[in-house]
Design a binder for this molecule. Structure first.
Ligand code: SAM
Length: 324
């Protein structure tokens, strides 16, 4: 990236977050000559910048709930003037928030899910078990319930359920009981305290995997991540024009499953029971709302070597089909 003020901005952008699968996402988004696009996960603004650079007439609405992301990306994208519109809100309310801004139809949308490197590395919200920080995990500081509240108040079955459902953690039950026992002795307030409780008595070589799963589960619960994704993807289909493209980059199997299932369902003609009941079915092609553009795209080994955080990324892309 070449910038007006030289290499210093380049360094700041890449240290905030290095975009994953950017050339692949941009190509599949097929940004036209102008048009209205949505970057549902603005982060450091890497994707938005690439869209705005790819088309002189394009406008991008960039969503993020994290004020630090908005502040950083806002500065980076300042040179594009009103071609960039910041939306400091959750993409779970996509259609309503666009409509409030006078946008009824869009030419394309991209989601680069999860968290930025800046969010993982910052001590303020405690997303990583590798950094000692207060337990919080709220990507949106306006959310009422933090990881601290969950760890302090959910009972053992509730904790077990989230670790199982959102972390696919095989030892969800014993870990929940360890947390409940520990908090009776002293409040659990930091990432390090929680990590020590979770890994107490577990095999050294399994600790990181367990911690990744449990921390992921907590983050998903705190931020209602899967519900927002589900609802936002449904809404995106309502606002996409005929031929508009949707590109989604996800980082774990629970997110990818939601995208994959929606794409599959919306690209397959629905089978309706015919007049002779279940023996005869008719295909209703007018129900198809998406055309899948590619098989699953994953980063090259070169990208993963350059940027290890890309290793779990999975990209899916589809095109909206509208029937007149
Ligand atoms: C992986 S980063 C995006 C990086 C970006 N593509 C770039 O090039 O810099 C994901 C961003 O999405 C934001 N985010 C996650 N869930 C969100 C949601 N439901 N609504 C709005 N923003 C969300 C996070 O705060 C984070 O800044």
């Amino acid at each position: 990236m070449k910038t007006d003020d030289g290499s210093s901005r380049e360094m700041r952008s890449s240290s905030y977050h290095t975009p994953v699968l950017l050339p692949e996402a941009l190509e599949l988004l097929a940004v036209g000559d102008g048009g209205v696009y949505v970057d549902a996960t603005l982060g450091g603004g890497g994707y938005t910048e690439a869209i705005l650079e790819a088309s002189e007439g394009a406008q991008v609405y960039g969503f993020d709930t994290d004020p630090a992301a908005l502040a950083f990306a806002g500065k980076r994208l300042d040179r594009f003037g009103d071609r960039f519109v910041a939306v400091e809100e959750n993409f779970g309310r996509l259609a309503e928030l666009l409509s409030e801004r006078g946008v009824q139809r869009i030419d394309g949308i991209v989601y680069d899910l999860g968290v930025s490197s800046h969010q993982l590395d910052t001590t303020s919200i405690g997303l990583s078990y590798r950094i000692d920080a207060p337990l919080d995990m709220r990507l949106d500081p306006r959310l009422p319930i933090s990881a601290l509240n969950i760890i302090a108040s959910y009972d053992a079955p509730q904790l077990k359920q989230i670790f199982k459902m959102y972390g696919e953690e095989p030892y969800a039950g014993p870990i929940s009981r360890k947390i409940v026992d520990a908090r009776e002795k002293a409040p659990i307030e930091t990432t390090t305290q929680l990590a020590e409780i979770i890994t107490h008595g577990t095999r050294e070589d399994k600790r990181n995997e367990t911690l990744s799963r449990v921390f992921q589960a907590l983050r998903i619960e705190v931020n209602h991540e899967l519900d927002s994704l589900h609802s936002s993807l449904e809404q995106s289909l309502e606002v996409m024009k005929n031929g508009a493209r949707i590109v989604v980059v996800s980082y774990h199997s629970l997110e990818d499953r939601i995208v994959k299932e929606l794409f599959k369902r919306e690209s397959s003609p629905a089978f309706e029971p015919g007049s002779l009941g279940s023996l005869k079915e008719s295909i209703d092609a007018s129900r198809v709302r998406l055309r899948i553009l590619t098989k699953l795209v994953t980063p090259t080994s070169e990208e993963v070597a350059r940027n290890p955080r890309a290793r779990s990324a999975k990209l899916r892309a589809a095109e909206r089909v509208l029937h007149s």
